[in-house]
Design a protein around this ligand. Structure first.
Ligand SMILES: Nc1ncnc2c1ncn2[C@@H]1O[C@H](COP(=O)(O)OP(=O)(O)OP(=O)(O)O)[C@@H](O)[C@H]1O
Ligand SMILES: [Mg+2]
Length: 378
C-alpha cells in the first residue's frame, strides 16, 4: 500500500503479521489508540453516536453471540470472500452486518487489512460505515452498519415476490448518491482512491434507498505526482472491468468511471452486466448497448420493461447519454466523476410524477455542458 499518512482523517489502523502499516501521523488529536490493541468496548459507548468513530475491535465470541453462532437464518448474503450475517451487538445495542471472510490464505487477509484501513480513513454519507473488526487467531471478520434494504442488485435483478420494482425517481437518486460516493474517493480523498470493485452488489441501500458504497478490499491508492496510472494485477468483476485495465493492468480513475457506467446502464435497463441466460451480444450489457447508443430513437427500447413506460423521456435520454460517455472504449473520452455527479444530481432533483407525467423541479438548472443534447470475479 502507498502513503496512507496523506489522508486527512487519521484514526486507528490495523496491523497483521504480514503487513504492518504505520499509524498515520496526525495533527488532529487522536481519537483512539493506534495499532492492534484490544480495547474495552464498554468505555467507548459515549462515542457511539458519531458517524466518524474509528474502527474498534471485537472478540470472536462477541460476534458469534451477536449472530446466534452464525445461524443460517441470520445469513443475509454471500460473496466471493465470505458470508454476511445480520446480528445484534448487545454491548453497543446496535444491529450490524458481520462479514466472515473465508479463511483461505494471504489474499483474503490482505483484502481484510485494506478494507479496515480504507474505511477507517474515509468517511462520507455515501460510503458504508465500518464499525469494527475481529482478527482473533485466524478469524477475520468485519462489522458494518446494517443496511436494511440490502444491495442494489437485490432490487434490480431476480426480484422476489416481496420486492417492488424501483421507480424512476428512486433509480436516479441511487445513481446520483453512488456517484457522489465515488466522487469523494476520486476528488476529496488525498491521494485519490481507485475503488476497483464498483458493481450493483456493492451498492448497499439504507432507509429511503439512500445508497452507500461498500467493499473496499480491492481499493487502491491512485497515481500521485506526474503518474497517470498505477499498475496492478487485474482484479475486479467480469462485466464491470474497463477494457484497458483488463488488457494491460493499468488502473486509473477512469477505470472506475467505466464501472460506474455499467452500473448506471443496469439501473436504467434492468439488465445484468453479464447475463448468462442470454446469448450473443445480449450476454454482455455494454456490447448490447453500444450499437443502440448510436440511434436516439432506440433509447426507449433500452428502458427497463419493469418501469412499464413510467419514466420521463428526456431524462431517459440524458441518463443514457451519461452512461454512454462513461463506458467509452477510450478512457480519456470518459467524463470525470464530478461531471457525472452534476448531471445525475440534476436528474435526481427532477421529481417525475407518473400519474400526470410531469416534473416537479426541486432544484436549480443543471450546469452540465451537454444537457442541451441530451458474478464472476477476475
Ligand atoms: N452492511 C450490510 N448490510 C446489509 N446487507 C449487507 C451488508 N453487506 C453485505 N450485505 C449483503 O450481503 C451480500 C453479499 O455481500 P458481499 O460483499 O459479501 O458479496 P458481493 O458484493 O455480493 O460479491 P463480491 O464478494 O464479489 O463483492 C450483499 O449482496 C448484500 O445483500
Ligand atoms: Mg460486496
Amino acid at each position: 500500500m502507498g502513503c496512507f499518512p496523506c489522508f486527512q482523517k487519521k484514526d486507528q489502523v490495523a496491523q497483521s503479521s504480514e503487513e504492518k502499516p504505520k499509524p498515520a501521523p496526525s495533527s488532529e488529536p487522536k481519537k483512539q489508540n493506534s495499532g492492534n490493541v484490544k480495547k474495552d468496548n464498554s468505555k467507548e459507548n459515549s462515542n457511539r453516536g458519531s458517524e466518524h468513530i474509528a474502527a474498534q475491535t471485537f472478540t470472536f465470541r462477541e460476534l458469534a453471540t451477536a449472530t446466534g453462532n452464525f445461524r443460517a437464518d441470520c445469513l443475509v448474503g454471500e460473496g466471493g470472500f465470505g458470508r454476511v450475517y445480520k446480528g445484534k451487538l448487545e454491548s453497543i445495542n446496535q444491529v450490524v452486518a458481520i462479514k466472515q471472510l473465508d479463511r483461505n490464505g494471504l489474499q483474503g487477509n490482505r483484502e481484510f487489512l485494506v478494507e479496515v484501513l480504507m474505511l477507517s480513513l474515509l468517511h462520507h454519507p455515501n460510503l458504508v460505515n465500518l464499525i469494527g473488526y475481529c482478527a482473533d487467531g485466524d478469524q477475520r471478520l468485519l462489522v458494518y452498519e446494517y443496511m436494511p434494504l440490502g444491495s442494489l442488485e437485490d432490487h434490480l435483478h431476480d426480484l422476489g415476490s416481496d420486492r417492488r420494482r424501483l421507480d424512476w425517481n428512486t433509480r436516479m437518486k441511487i445513481a446520483a448518491g453512488a456517484a457522489k460516493g465515488l466522487e469523494y474517493l476520486h476528488d476529496k480523498a488525498n491521494p485519490p482512491v481507485i475503488y476497483r470493485d464498483l458493481k450493483c452488489s456493492n451498492i448497499l441501500l439504507g432507509e429511503g434507498f439512500h445508497p452507500k458504497l461498500s467493499d473496499f478490499g480491492l481499493a487502491k491508492l491512485g497515481p500521485v505526482g506526474d503518474k497517470t496510472h498505477v499498475s496492478t494485477r487485474v482484479m475486479g468483476t467480469y462485466g464491470y472491468c474497463a477494457p484497458e485495465y483488463a488488457m494491460t493492468g493499468q488502473l486509473t480513475l477512469k477505470s472506475d468511471v467505466y464501472s460506474f457506467g455499467v452500473v448506471l446502464l443496469e439501473i436504467i435497463t434492468g439488465r445484468k452486466a453479464i447475463d448468462n441466460s442470454r446469448s450473443g451480444p445480449e450476454h454482455n450489457l455494454v456490447a448490447w448497448a453500444r450499437p443502440l447508443f448510436k440511434d436516439r430513437r432506440k433509447f426507449p427500447q433500452m428502458a427497463d420493461p419493469m418501469l412499464q413506460g413510467q419514466y420521463p423521456s428526456r431524462a431517459l435520454y440524458q441518463a443514457l447519454a451519461v452512461a454512454a460517455m462513461c463506458v467509452q472504449e477510450q478512457p480519456s473520452m470518459r467524463p470525470l466523476i464530478a461531471d457525472v455527479v452534476t448531471a445525475l444530481s440534476y436528474l435526481a432533483s427532477q421529481n417525475y410524477n407518473p400519474n400526470n407525467r410531469t416534473f416537479q423541479n426541486s432544484s436549480h438548472s443543471p450546469r452540465t455542458k451537454r444537457d442541451s443534447e441530451n458474478k464472476r470475479r477476475i
